[in-house]
Design a protein around this ligand. Structure first.
Ligand code: NI
Length: 136
């Protein structure tokens, strides 16, 4: 009887993908334009999904206003209009790929949402490229 409920939110952020162990040439080779030393931005679409059973009194799996507030307070307020490499502690030593951003967001929200709910993150970096965590 589990139902998946999802909330979509949005943030803009800048990043640079690079591995500090590598030369600029190698970074350019692997990450292409995403390794531009002067950074570049993306319009991220974030979809947070909770899986749970509808409550017998309300019929709701989760209060979506509460979910929206949690995402804004703990995720988008920290990432929106920020440089992920420079302005956030999460990516000081972690390459801010969509994969790693999704894992970081999952870890942040997992602390805020009761364990009775399964939590899934879907993150669109472009309209055509998106990642999901956990993978299944
Ligand atoms: Ni990029």
């Amino acid at each position: 009887m589990k139902v998946a409920v999802s909330r979509k939110e949005h943030f803009n952020a800048a990043h640079r993908l690079y591995n500090p162990e590598w030369s600029d040439e190698r970074n350019e080779q692997i990450f292409g334009k995403c390794s531009n030393p002067h950074f570049h931005g993306h319009n991220y679409e974030l979809i947070v999904t909770l899986l749970g059973e509808p409550d017998s009194d309300t019929g709701y799996v989760y209060d979506m206003k509460k979910l929206s507030d949690l995402i804004r307070e703990h995720v988008t307020s920290r990432f929106d209009h920020k440089n992920l490499n420079l302005d956030t502690a999460y990516f000081k030593n972690l390459n801010p790929t969509a994969e790693n951003i999704a894992i970081v967001i999952w870890r942040i929200l997992r602390q805020q949402i009761d364990n009775q709910y399964d939590l899934k993150i879907k993150l669109y970096e472009t309209e055509r490229n998106f990642v999901e965590y956990p993978a299944h």
